[in-house]
Ligand binder design. Structure first.
Ligand code: FES
Length: 58
């Protein structure tokens, strides 16, 4: 599943970026050399960040 259609950022790679320390959608996108364009994905991206922060470490 894509988190950000404009940048073609997949959910898995986005989650990996959050686990590696990105603290916001913008900082996660920056790890791929991207930045938000239309902004439609920001709410979903924040939901994933929240989900990652409440998940138990594997
Ligand atoms: S869908 Fe992410 S900026 Fe457009």
């Amino acid at each position: 599943m894509l988190v950000c259609v404009c940048n073609g950022i997949r959910e898995k790679e986005f989650r990996d970026a959050i686990r590696e320390g990105a603290e916001s959608p913008c900082s996660a996108y920056a790890r791929f050399g991207r930045r938000p364009k239309c902004g439609q994905c920001i709410s979903f991206a924040k939901t994933i960040i929240s989900d990652e922060r409440t998940a138990c470490p594997a």
